[in-house]
Design a protein around this ligand. Structure first.
Ligand code: ATP
Ligand code: MG
Length: 459
C-alpha cells in the first residue's frame, strides 16, 4: 500500500500543502502550517470530505459597504434600474432590432462621461464612424466617451486591464463578441456564454458597471443561452412598437432592486427623450368614453400591461340562437360570467348576441380579468360608458363574489404610473397601502351586484 501523504494546513487561511514550510504560500503568514490528521489513499480518493481548503464562514451582520449606485444621467433609466447602476454589476439589455438599444446606451454612456466618469463604448456591430454619426445626430459628439469597434474579448480585456478601471463599459452586443479560448463562431451558445463569463468576471473584479446588449429571438426572449440571464445581475427589456414613438424600459430581473418600475421614453430624431408623465401614451385615441370598454391591468409573468377589453351587445328581435364570439379570452369563462350576471344580478343576455374583444391582439389568461370583462359587458348592456381613467380587476366566483387576485399592488402601481385615477377591485386587507400611488383611488367591491350598481349609477 502506498504511504499516505502528510498534509499541512495553514491556521491563518486554511491553505493546504503536502510539505512543511516556514511561510504559507497563500497568505504569506509565518509558522502557521500545522500537520493535519493523515488520511489513507483510499479515503483521499473516494471522499470529497477532505483534501480541500477550509472555507471561512462570515457573519450576516459583518460590516459591508452600502450599495453605491451611480446615476446614468437618464432618470427613467435609473428608475428602471432601481435607482441607478451599481458598480461591479452586469446588466443585460434586450430588445427588438431597431428599437433603440444602442441609442439609449450611447446617450447614457455619453452623459456619464460628461459627468466625469471614465466610460467605454465597444461596438461589435457598427463601425466607429457609424457610432460617431449617431452621436453627432444626438448632439453628444463632444462627450469624452472612449469609443471602439471590436469583437475580440481578449483584445477588449487586455486594453481595459492596461488602463485605469472604467466606471462603465457598454458592449454592443454580446452576440458579436468572440472568445479565442473556445471554438465556434460569434453568437453561438458557447461563445456567448464564454464571452459573457470573461467580461462579467472582469467587471466584478474591477468594480466596473458592465452593460451587455443582447439580441432577442422572435418570441421576445434574449437570444443565446438562457444561462446568460442567470449570469448577469440585471436583465432589462426595451420594448415598444417601432411604428410608434414610445418605448418602455423594464427590468425583468434585478438583484439590486425591484422589478416593478418602468422607464418611459419617446424616440425622436435627437434620440430618446424621457417621458416622466406617460399617461398620455396610453390614453391617446381614448379621449372619448365609449360604452362597453374597460381597461384591465394585466400581468405578463410579473410584468404589468394595461389592456382594453371591448364588449358589444346586440339585441335580437327574432328567436334565433344568439351568437357569442370571443377574441383573446376564454369562451368558457365568458359563458360562466354571463351566467353569473344573469343568476346573481338579474341581467338578461339570453336574447342578445355578445361579442368580446381584447384590443391589440393581446391574449388574456389571467383570471383577474373577470371583473374588467363583467364591467365591459354591463357597460355595453346598459349603454353607459365607464369612467375614462378607470381600471378594473378581480376574479369572480360562481356565487357572484369578487375575490382577491395576485399582485394587486403591482397592477395599481402600473395604473397609477400610466395616469389612471380610479381602480375597482376586490377588497384586500393584506394590501400594502403604500403601493397605490399618485392620485389613484381604489373602490373596493366584494360582489358583482355592487359592480352592476356602480356602472348603472355612472353618468
Ligand atoms: N435620423 C433619425 N431620425 C429619427 N430617428 C432615427 C434616426 N435614425 C435612427 N432613428 C431611430 O433609431 C432607431 C435605431 O436605433 P438603434 O440603432 O439604437 O436601435 P438598436 O436597438 O440598437 O438596433 P439594433 O438591434 O439593430 O442594433 C431607428 O429604428 C429609428 O427609430
Ligand atoms: Mg444597436
Amino acid at each position: 500500500m502506498a504511504k499516505p501523504k502528510r498534509r499541512y494546513a495553514c491556521t491563518e487561511c486554511g491553505s493546504v500543502t503536502h510539505r512543511w514550510q516556514g511561510q504559507c504560500v497563500d497568505c504569506s503568514a509565518w509558522n502557521t502550517l500545522v500537520e493535519e490528521a493523515s488520511e489513507t489513499v483510499f479515503t483521499a480518493k473516494h471522499s470529497l470530505a477532505g483534501g480541500g481548503r477550509q472555507i471561512v464562514f462570515e457573519a450576516l451582520n459583518a460590516p459591508t459597504a452600502p450599495l453605491a449606485r451611480r446615476s446614468t444621467g437618464i432618470a427613467e433609466f435609473d428608475r428602471a434600474l432601481g435607482g441607478g447602476i451599481v458598480p461591479g454589476s452586469a446588466v443585460l439589455m434586450g430588445g427588438e432590432p431597431g428599437i433603440g438599444k444602442s441609442t439609449l446606451l450611447l446617450q447614457a454612456a455619453a452623459t456619464m462621461a460628461k459627468a466625469g466618469g471614465l466610460t467605454i463604448y465597444i461596438s461589435g456591430e457598427e463601425a466607429a464612424g457609424q457610432v460617431r454619426l449617431r452621436a453627432d445626430r444626438l448632439g453628444l459628439a463632444d462627450a469624452p466617451l472612449k469609443l471602439a469597434s471590436a469583437t475580440s474579448v481578449r483584445d477588449i480585456l487586455t486594453t481595459l486591464a492596461a488602463g485605469p478601471p472604467p466606471a462603465m463599459v457598454v458592449i454592443d452586443s454580446i452576440q458579436t463578441m468572440h472568445s479565442d479560448m473556445i471554438e465556434g463562431a460569434p453568437g453561438t451558445v458557447s461563445q456567448v456564454r464564454a464571452s459573457a463569463f470573461e467580461l462579467i468576471r472582469f467587471a466584478k473584479e474591477n468594480n466596473v458597471a458592465l452593460v451587455l446588449v443582447g439580441h432577442v429571438t422572435k418570441d421576445g426572449s434574449i437570444a443565446g443561452p438562457r444561462v446568460l440571464e442567470h449570469m448577469v445581475d440585471v436583465v432589462m427589456s426595451f420594448e415598444g412598437e417601432r411604428s410608434h414613438q414610445y418605448r418602455i424600459l423594464r427590468a425583468l430581473k434585478n438583484r439590486f432592486g425591484a422589478v416593478d418600475e418602468i422607464g418611459v421614453f419617446a424616440m425622436a430624431g435627437q434620440g430618446l427623450t424621457e417621458v416622466s408623465n406617460p399617461s398620455m401614451l396610453f390614453l391617446t385615441g381614448r379621449d372619448e368614453p365609449v360604452a362597453g370598454s374597460a381597461v384591465f391591468p394585466a400581468l405578463e409573468g410579473t410584468r404589468p400591461v394595461l389592456v382594453e377589453i371591448q364588449a358589444l351587445i346586440v339585441r335580437l328581435q327574432s328567436g334565433a340562437t344568439p351568437r357569442r364570439a370571443v377574441v383573446g379570452w376564454d369562451s368558457g369563462r365568458l359563458a360562466m360570467l354571463l351566467a353569473v350576471l344573469e343568476a346573481r344580478c338579474g341581467l338578461s343576455f339570453s336574447s342578445a348576441e355578445v361579442y368580446l374583444n381584447v384590443a391589440g391582439g393581446y391574449r388574456l389568461t389571467d383570471p383577474a380579468a373577470d371583473l374588467a370583462v363583467a364591467a365591459a359587458l354591463v357597460s355595453a348592456l346598459a349603454d353607459k360608458p365607464l369612467p375614462l381613467r378607470s381600471v378594473w380587476f378581480g376574479e369572480v366566483s360562481l356565487a357572484g363574489e369578487v375575490r382577491p387576485v395576485a399582485h394587486a399592488g403591482l397592477r395599481l402601481k402600473e395604473a397609477a404610473k400610466l395616469g389612471f385615477d380610479q381602480a375597482c377591485g376586490p377588497p384586500d386587507d393584506n394590501r400594502d397601502p403604500g403601493l397605490a400611488t399618485g392620485q389613484l383611488r381604489l373602490a373596493a367591491m366584494s360582489t358583482l351586484a355592487s359592480l352592476v350598481d356602480r356602472v348603472m349609477a355612472s353618468a
